[in-house]
Design a protein around this ligand. Structure first.
Ligand code: ATP
Ligand code: MG
Length: 556
């Protein structure tokens, strides 16, 4: 299935429909422009689903969406991020054939456009220091004071700009500014900075440049150079649109793209900001950008979320102009519903307790179905042996009335097998249950219990003789609060202390011995699980992808 989920009509799709109908455009060109200064997160997935999704929907008129690295600020960018972004975009199934584009490939073009602005008297090199510039900036209610360099001659500006490029200024000694307004109520239009000096090595252009364009100056030129028809960005850029249009209008560009803003994805219990996620990584509270609790695409991939679940989720959130917060349960339920149909059922015991079946003389094969709702997926034979593991919490000594699992003088069914009856148990030195002794009730496989025996539940089990050892990571939401809206330093305080529980003694049914990366299963009664990327054949490590149902609804 590609993106066969029904597309909701939204205001962007309406605009595009109109532009094609009126003949303003005969195709649709969009782009996904991440800055390689961090790993992509679920918010970026929303942007990708929109941009790449539009290209797929309008493929019949030659529509295209390109991945373009917006790599105009070498201070925070790097090759690690470029690589991770490529992997994430491809994982979602996008941009598989096209070579990625790099904004830094257009540096010469940006430079030429800057010369053009200077020659038109629309840009000047400002050599005032940062404090003076700041002091003169004014505010929405106060006009800006002109820089003493604002009216230098075109020739002087050309010379100074050439000096900037040649590396004759230190960082902070000169900037190129557009000459637009000192009074605009939109502060972005108050002679915005177009270029600054940055003596930094760039991951793509290395040491070719020591001046770098600002986002507001470069992004629109990138779009125009590529013939982007609809440049889709998030709402916070709405009041940058005038500068976007100003630059395109005043520079010689091969096309006139249109910027359209939509609301960004916000999720409960989740932080979606590369800067804040980077702070979590740096602080060590998570193991890295791909920690399975992280809302990064690398994180959710490692956790085991199917790419299609993320796409379906983005579709269902839709595209609007209103900033809202989406309930993370919506995403979790999408993951569950994908996995529910996809995953074979298996048995695994996370907190094992040994049960001796005293009257089972030798092992016996029992048949367990692989998917309760889909008989086409068949069944498998599992050896029931005289010693098995069950979950610790499936046995209780002083059980309340409504406890239908195993208890002294009580019965329970082993999934796919016999009803067993508890005869005795043994405690260890600490007073914990060490071993349970039970008898199988012959003739109960597939049949009701005999007269006088109550059995209302089935529990999962794993044979001691054939169990496969593994470590299982149980994940929960990374944050404890619905709206973890805090500065980087305080974010740590909002972390859910139970967001990771490592179970080192888990026992898996023998068919899981050769599980490989990417395999996903439902462990009966426990949730969905898959192999962690850090797992090795000699030490299996599994991740819980999702619980079977939403346990937070209850907690709230
Ligand atoms: P962050 O705030 O996490 O750093 P960003 O917007 O700075 O994100 P970019 O690399 O510039 O990150 O983003 C690439 C594209 O993804 C942009 O078009 C941006 O608008 C979009 N995008 C980023 N975050 C979200 C989000 N939460 N929801 C929707 N789109 C997003
Ligand atoms: Mg950013």
């Amino acid at each position: 299935m590609s993106d066969s989920v029904a597309k909701k009509a939204d205001f962007i799709r309406e605009i595009i429909k109109g532009d094609l109908a009126s003949g303003k455009h005969d195709t649709v060109l969009t782009r996904f422009p991440p800055e390689p200064n961090g790993y992509l997160h679920l918010g970026h997935a929303k942007s990708m689903c929109l941009n790449f999704g539009l290209a797929q929907e309008y493929a019949h008129v030659g529509a295209q969406c390109r991945l373009r690295f917006d790599d105009t600020n070498p201070a925070k960018e790097g090759q690690e991020f470029v690589n991770s972004i490529l992997e994430d975009v491809r994982w979602l199934g996008y941009s598989l054939e096209d070579e990625p584009l790099f904004a830094s490939d257009y540096f010469e073009y940006f430079y030429d456009c800057a010369i053009e602005l200077i020659e038109k008297g629309l840009a000047y090199v400002d050599e005032e220091d940062i404090e003076t510039m700041r002091a003169k900036r004014g505010s929405v209610t106060q006009d800006s004071e002109p820089s003493i360099y604002r009216n230098r001659s075109i020739q002087e500006n050309l010379t100074a700009f050439a000096k900037m490029r040649a590396g004759e200024f230190n960082q902070g000694e000169a900037v190129l500014r557009a000459k637009i307004s000192l009074t605009s109520s939109n502060m972005n239009m108050r002679d915005p900075v177009l270029y600054r000096v940055l003596h930094e090595k760039h991951h793509h252009t290395t040491e070719d440049w020591c001046i770098y364009p600002t986002y507001d100056y470069a992004h629109c030129l990138e779009d125009a150079k590529e013939g982007i028809t609809h440049s889709l960005c998030t709402l916070e850029f709405e009041n940058h649109r005038p500068i976007y249009d100003w630059v395109v209008k005043n520079c010689t560009t091969p096309s006139t793209p249109r910027q359209i803003e939509f609301s960004r994805l916000n999720l409960t219990y989740t932080v979606l900001s590369k800067r804040k996620l980077g702070a979590l990584v740096d602080s060590g509270v998570v193991s890295g950008w791909d920690d399975p609790r992280m809302p990064t695409l690398a994180g959710v991939r490692r956790r085991g979320y199917p790419a299609q679940a993320i796409k379906n989720f983005c579709q269902s959130v839709g595209v609007t102009k209103f900033n809202g917060v989406t309930d993370v349960t919506l995403l979790e339920n999408e993951v569950r519903s994908q996995l529910n149909t996809q995953c074979l059922r298996k048995m695994a015991v996370l907190n094992p307790l040994k049960v001796v079946l005293t009257n089972l003389e030798s092992e016996e094969l029992v048949s367990v179905d692989n998917h309760p709702e889909n008989p086409d997926l068949g069944s498998r034979e599992i050896a029931l042996t005289p010693e098995i593991y069950i979950e610790r919490d499936d046995f209780m000594i002083d059980a309340p009335k409504k406890y239908f699992r195993l208890k002294p003088d009580g019965a329970v069914r082993l999934r796919g097998g016999y009803i067993i009856f508890c005869k005795d148990y043994k405690l260890d030195a600490q007073g914990e249950v060490d071993t349970v002794y039970a008898e199988i009730i012959p003739g109960t496989i597939g049949n009701s219990p005999p007269e006088g025996i109550k059995c209302k539940a089935a529990i999962h089990w794993v044979s001691v003789a054939y169990a496969v050892d593994s470590t299982v990571n149980i994940y929960d939401r990374l944050f404890n609060v619905e709206n973890p809206d805090a500065a980087e330093a305080e974010l740590i305080d909002l972390i859910n202390p139970d967001s990771l529980q490592v179970l080192t003694g888990a026992k898996l049914e023998p068919s899981l011995a050769d599980i490989t990366l990417g395999d996903k299963f439902q462990f009966e009664r426990l949730g969905y699980f898959g192999l962690d990327s850090q797992s090795s054949p000699s030490h299996l490590v599994l991740n819980r992808i999702a619980s079977l149902r939403d346990s937070w609804a209850k907690r709230k």
